[in-house]
Ligand binder design. Structure first.
Ligand SMILES: Nc1ncnc2c1ncn2[C@@H]1O[C@H](COP(=O)(O)OP(=O)(O)OP(=O)(O)O)[C@@H](O)[C@H]1O
Ligand SMILES: [Mg+2]
Length: 317
């Protein structure tokens, strides 16, 4: 039996995701020495990311923002001219049909696209007042402040304990490591399930537990923003609802940007929602564009654009 074109596109996307996820684990394991993120406004201070473009409440505090961001892969445009803020302490959902550039945009926020050969990011991606793509910015340091949770959990081939302790250890943390590990596992709502088996292999955990372990690993280095790319799409309903509860508990300390195909999930967890779609570009090929950004309530109950209305009501995409 031959694959349908749709299946091969999905397979190709899954293959790319796997490759990126292992590149990310490799980098984490082999390049753990990171310096501070020079120039970023310290945590707890007001940020200055494009205040003039701030929406919906001018003067409030976007921890990150996209300003006219376009992304291409080997000169083929994937995302065109996207602008929206990521308010501090909020949960922002990116929704839209397959191929509209949600993952691409998400990966701009922690320089993960640097690990994708041929990927070029243009425009202004800001985090706490700094241009994330400025030459002096260390992408590995960025990825410590801004963690990415993949669709398929990618624990290290180490024990549960060592997965969570890895970040603090490599950052030269000298305090009580047991304490940090327990705290991160508690914050990720996994502690009770693993406290008696911390020395066991992480890969022996269930998918839902692995996903929470990966979140605990990210939390152990006190990230500022967590990026989640369909974090619950491979999980059963109970694990999914755990991840959703967890997201709500982590905010407002941690800001979350989540990509999801599950519209109910976006409606349940997100404060703000960005709707992207694919549209014909100059030569007729499709490119991802932002159609609308607003409070989740407004996007779902009262969309300003006909395309958003069609998508959220299930009439398209
Ligand atoms: N590594 C890559 N190399 C080449 N093209 C890519 C790569 N990753 C994504 N693309 C292309 O960029 C466009 C946007 O892809 P992206 O994965 O960001 O979309 P998406 O909205 O996340 O889709 P999905 O909902 O299927 O995950 C698509 O045309 C895709 O084929
Ligand atoms: Mg995607």
């Amino acid at each position: 039996m031959t694959d349908t074109p749709a299946m091969s596109a999905a397979d190709e996307a899954a293959r790319r995701d796997e490759a990126l996820s292992s590149a990310c684990v490799d980098e984490y394991l082999h390049e753990p020495e990171v310096g501070p993120l020079a120039g970023a406004a310290p945590l707890g201070h007001p940020c200055v990311a494009q205040p003039e473009q701030w929406w919906p409440n001018p003067g409030e505090d976007p921890v990150a923002s996209f300003g006219g961001v376009s992304v291409s892969y080997r000169a083929t445009p994937a995302v065109d001219d996207v602008s929206f803020p990521v308010p501090r302490g909020s949960i922002v959902a990116l929704i839209g049909p397959s191929g509209s550039g949600k993952s691409t945009l998400l990966r701009c926020l922690n320089r993960m696209n640097d690990l994708v050969p041929g990927c070029r990011v243009e425009g202004d991606v800001r985090y706490r007042g700094i241009d994330l793509y400025a030459p002096e910015v260390d992408p590995v340091a960025v990825r410590t402040r801004i963690g990415l949770v993949f669709q398929r959990p990618n624990p290290f081939p180490k024990s549960i304990y060592d997965n969570v302790a890895f970040g603090p250890r490599t950052h030269g943390f000298h305090g009580d490591l047991d304490d940090i590990v327990e705290r991160a596992l508690r914050r990720a709502a996994l502690w009770d399930e693993v406290k008696t088996r911390l020395g066991e292999r992480a890969l022996a955990l269930s998918g839902g537990q692995q996903q929470r372990l990966v979140i605990a690993r990210a939390l152990a280095v006190e990230p500022d923003i967590l990026l989640m790319d369909e974090p619950a799409s491979a999980l059963d309903p109970i694990s999914t609802s755990r991840i959703e509860d967890l997201m709500r508990e982590l905010t407002p300390d941690v800001t979350i940007v989540i990509v999801t195909h599950n519209l109910q999930q976006a409606a349940r967890v997100a404060d703000l929602t960005a709707f992207l779609t694919s549209e014909p570009h100059g030569d007729g090929s499709l490119v991802g564009r932002l159609v609308e950004f607003g409070t989740t309530e407004q996007i779902f109950a009262n969309p300003a654009d006909e395309r958003t209305a069609a998508y959220v009501s299930g009439r398209f995409g």
